[in-house]
Design a protein around this ligand. Structure first.
Ligand SMILES: Nc1nc2c(ncn2[C@@H]2O[C@H](COP(=O)(O)OP(=O)(O)O)[C@@H](O)[C@H]2O)c(=O)[nH]1
Ligand SMILES: [Mg+2]
Length: 298
C-alpha cells in the first residue's frame, strides 16, 4: 500500500535550445502540450505541462531555451520568459544532451543554485550514445564540484528512465494536494495549442530561416456540435515567403494544414475542420507591439 504523502509543485525545465526539454515535458504529461522540432527555438512561450501521478503532481514549466543572441525583439522576449520561469518554482530540471556540457550549462547551473533551487540533472538523449561505457565518466565529470539533487540519464524520446526521474523530483516538491484536476494537461487554452500545432508544422516543413519569419494567429475557434471549426492565419514578413509557404499549386500549405489538423484531432479528441490563410506583415518578428498582438507577452 502506498502511504507516502501526496506531493505537488512547480518545476522549471531549463537547458540549451534543442536538448529535448519539450519532448521531456510531453513524455511526462503523456500528451503533446509543447511542440517539438529538430530546430532550435521551437518553443517561443512559457507553458505549463501538468503531469499527474498517483504519488503527486508535477507542474512543469517548459521554457524557450536561454539565448545569448539578444538582437531581435523575439529573442529578448524569449529570454525574459526563460528567466521568469524561475519565479515560484520548487525545483529545477537542468536538461543537457548526453556527452555535452558547455559554459552555458555552467551558467544555468549557477543561476539555479543561486536561486536556492534543488537542481536535478537530466542527461537526455542517452539513446544516441552507442558506447555506453562513455556515460559513467561523463556523469562523474559533470557532477564534480556540483550539488545535484539527482542525476538521471534518460531518453525523453524513448521514454526511458522517466519513472526514476519522477520519483526523485517528487521528493523536492512540497507535501500538498494536487493543484490541478487530474484530467488537466496544460495551462494553455485549446485555441493557443491549435496555433502552436500549426507552427510546429511550419518549423518542420519549411527550410532554413523561413520558420523564424512566421507566426500563427488563430482567427476562429468554434465548437459546432462535436466538430471544432478552426481558422488559422500564418503570418510571414514578405510576399516571397508567402509563396514558399503556399508552395507549388498550394501543395505545401495543404500538407501543413493536413498534418496540423491530425495533431489537433489527436490532442483535442474531436473532429476538426481547419482552414488556413497566409498573410504578409512586414518585420513582425522585430516589432514588440506586433509580438504582443500575436500573444508573445510574458
Ligand atoms: N534521439 C533523441 N532525440 C531526442 C530526445 N529528446 C528530444 N529529441 C529530439 O531533439 C529535438 C529537439 O527536441 P525539443 O524537445 O524540441 O528540444 P527543446 O528545444 O529543448 O525543447 C527534436 O528533434 C526531438 O525529437 C531523445 O531522448 N533522444
Ligand atoms: Mg522546446
Amino acid at each position: 500500500m502506498n502511504t507516502a504523502p501526496h506531493r505537488a509543485g512547480h518545476v522549471a525545465v531549463i537547458g540549451r535550445p534543442n536538448v529535448g526539454k519539450s519532448t521531456l515535458v510531453n513524455a511526462l504529461v503523456g500528451a503533446k502540450v509543447s511542440i517539438v522540432s529538430p530546430r532550435p527555438q521551437t518553443t517561443r512561450h512559457r507553458l505549463l505541462g501538468i503531469a499527474t501521478f498517483p504519488e503527486g503532481q508535477l507542474l512543469l514549466v517548459d521554457t524557450p531555451g536561454i539565448h545569448r543572441e539578444q538582437k531581435r525583439a523575439m529573442n529578448r522576449l524569449m529570454n525574459r520568459a526563460a528567466r521568469g520561469a524561475l519565479e515560484g518554482v520548487d525545483a529545477a530540471l537542468l536538461v543537457v544532451r548526453a556527452g555535452q556540457w558547455d559554459d552555458e550549462d555552467t551558467l544555468a547551473y549557477d543561476a539555479l543554485r543561486d536561486a536556492g533551487l534543488p537542481v536535478v540533472l537530466v542527461v537526455n538523449q542517452v539513446d544516441r550514445i552507442t558506447d555506453k561505457t562513455k556515460l559513467l565518466p561523463y556523469l562523474a565529470k559533470v557532477s564534480e564540484g556540483r550539488e545535484f539533487a539527482g542525476v538521471h540519464p534518460i531518453s525523453a524520446l524513448k521514454r526511458s528512465g522517466l519513472e526514476a526521474l519522477v520519483k526523485t523530483v517528487l521528493t523536492h516538491v512540497p507535501e500538498q494536494p494536487a493543484l490541478y484536476g487530474e484530467d488537466e494537461i496544460t495551462d494553455k487554452s485549446q485555441r493557443f495549442l491549435a496555433g502552436e500545432l500549426v507552427r510546429e508544422q511550419l518549423m518542420r516543413q519549411l527550410g532554413e530561416e523561413l520558420p523564424y519569419a512566421t507566426t500563427v494567429e488563430i482567427e476562429r475557434f468554434v465548437e459546432d456540435g462535436n466538430l471544432l471549426r478552426i481558422g488559422a492565419v500564418i503570418w510571414v514578413e514578405r510576399d516571397g515567403q508567402k509563396l514558399i509557404v503556399i508552395g507549388k499549386g498550394g501543395e505545401r500549405l495543404r500538407e501543413i494544414g493536413m498534418k496540423s489538423r491530425l495533431q489537433m484531432e489527436r490532442l483535442f479528441g474531436s473532429k476538426v475542420f481547419l482552414e488556413t490563410w497566409v498573410r504578409v506583415r512586414e518585420g513582425w518578428s522585430d516589432d514588440e507591439a506586433a509580438l504582443r498582438a500575436f500573444g508573445y507577452n510574458d
